[in-house]
Design a protein around this ligand. Structure first.
Ligand SMILES: C[S@@+](CC[C@H](N)C(=O)[O-])C[C@H]1O[C@@H](n2cnc3c(N)ncnc32)[C@H](O)[C@@H]1O
Length: 208
């Protein structure tokens, strides 16, 4: 099994090792590969510092290739050819991502507050525009449909069954967005006195 863009491998590669004879995690980041090696608890796994296209395995030798929230970094046309080379007949590529689905807001003060949901996806998109977010972030907000559309293989299937609903306060939601890398960079570089998260979203919600 091959895990492409394994990162520190605790959420991806290590999950699969017990199902396979041997597993390889590859990543382009030296820091991540070092971390993966340090945190590894499994015997049948190797980690290699490699660009996601140069799979360090023989032709027809892999049952499963995974891309855990990493496929959007890669050129899909090139990737499909590389996958075809190493996959065994009947082998499988699985790319998965954690996406926001619909983000809805409601006013807690009302008695029928659960019925009064307002879709906030456009506000979130606005926020991404403001912080000059990378295009991949917009793709994720649209459930990576563009990435899926680019895959040429006719046997592709998109699964969206694993849906989890989570309630959080506006403050908690903002704290999630504070972890977005582009937001951190924006706040550092722009040295802006206006925090787009505090100002923009707050005002727009008041207008509903
Ligand atoms: C969002 S992280 C996901 C890490 C891990 N799979 C997980 O689920 O925790 C994406 C990873 O893809 C890696 N990556 C990006 N471009 C790559 C490339 N061309 N080749 C290999 N890895 C790449 C990054 O270094 C990063 O570790």
């Amino acid at each position: 099994m091959l895990d492409v863009g394994c990162g520190s491998a605790t959420l991806s590669t290590q999950t699969f090792t017990s199902y396979f004879e041997s597993t390889i995690g590859i990543d382009i980041s030296e820091v991540k590969i070092e971390e993966a090696k340090r945190l590894n608890k499994c015997g049948n796994v190797a980690f290699e510092l490699i660009d996601g296209y140069d799979f360090p395995v023989e032709d027809n030798s892999v049952h499963l290739i995974t891309f855990a929230t990493s496929i959007h970094f890669l050129d899909l046309k090139l990737l499909e050819k590389k996958c075809e080379r190493v996959l065994k007949p009947g082998g499988c590529c699985a790319a998965y991502a954690i996406n926001w689905g619909d983000i809805t807001g409601f006013s807690v003060g009302r008695t029928d507050w659960r019925q009064n949901r307002v879709l906030l996806n456009l506000i979130v998109e606005d926020f991404y525009v403001n912080i000059k977010a990378h295009l991949n972030i917009f793709a994720a907000l649209r459930r990576n449909q563009q990435v899926y559309d680019q895959i040429l293989n006719s046997s592709k299937i998109k699964l969206q069954e694993i849906v989890r609903e989570r309630e959080m306060t506006l403050r908690q939601l903002k704290n999630v967005f504070r972890t977005v890398g582009d937001y951190v960079i924006f706040m550092k570089h722009e040295k802006s006195t206006t925090d787009p998260l505090e100002f923009h979203i707050y005002i727009r919600i008041l207008h509903f």
